[in-house]
Design a binder for this molecule. Sequence first.
Ligand SMILES: Cc1ncc(COP(=O)(O)O)c(C=O)c1O
Length: 371
Amino acid sequence: MLPFTPVRGAGVYLENAAGRRVLDFYGGHAVAALGYGHRDLSEAIARASRDLVFQTNALPLAIRDQAADALAAFGPPGLGRVFFVNSGAEANENALRLAFRVTGRSSVVAMEHSFHGRTAAAAAVTWGAAKTWYGFPRAPFDVTFVPRNDAAALAAAVDSSTAAVIIEPVQGLAGAFAFAPDFLHAVRTACDRQGALLVIDEVQTGMGRLGAPFGAQLYGVRPDLLTVAKGMGGGFPCGAVLMPHTIASGLKAGALGTTFGGGPVACAAIKTVIEVINRDNLLANVREISAAIRATCKVGPVLDIQGQGFLLGLKTRPKAAAVRDALLARDILVGTSADPHMLRLLPPLILAKDHVQRLAHALEDLTDAPL
Ligand SMILES: Cc1ncc(COP(=O)(O)O)c(C=O)c1O
């Protein structure tokens, strides 16, 4: 663990008990979409917990309907129905379950270097999990991993046994690797040709992080199922699967289930996060500030910058972990990734130009540092 213990936060700053303030470019793994101490979010959560701290989805809730409507309106067209869960892995687990159920097929195609979560099905479609931390005796279904941006390998892998292709539009843990738009379109085409469902995992890329509501809209690729979590509740744990009416209406009672998913406090947080993103033009802010990062932060140990919006990978000459530690010593928090030479930035969507300047200066400061 890193040597900094936050006890509170304000805006894009974290603070420890001694009053040391750290500028947060990591956003708690892309979760703190609105930063810390956001008044609208804190009030919505407090109000919802006072009104009704929890109710099961066996009962209807107005706030759940409002959150579902807001999420469906924020998402790509055609995905009008929402199933709320508690995490990204649970969202992917249920999206895959739906794909098997709808198609009656038995296998999935996933991408090399993917990360989709740690539960049995989500981890089965996660690159490298089987050889490292998977832990279950076997995967619950067959999975073919395709090299990134290899349209020919993809076309060969998707066949009449494929229930779904699952893909992150920009791979997060891999170090903010953005797929070529042509490849994403080729995935759609391969799914259409073989009758497989396209599951777009937007757990990390969604909720405005790419400067569009979701990667699906940024790249103009239509998902059959879309999964979301992380920033959706601004820090309150929650996730969701977005699906079309055609799939939702075919589901019998009990086909999907969860105890905590769609609880009133989570739904109040979700509704508020979407309202604030829209009201405060945070998508435009992400695009503008991301461009500023690209223009000014290729300095010092940083050789190149990849990714989209506020999911950026900074390619470093020294080990990324050494640069991260040196930045933290200068009161700036950044993340690492599966690539040992790639730092990851996942800042709150409210990040501003002066914060970028601070990062650029700190990186410049490291030009001759022995890292
Ligand atoms: C793309 C992607 N999918 C799924 C997950 C899993 O989400 P959770 O940790 O909420 O289960 C993550 C988490 O990092 C992720 O980045």
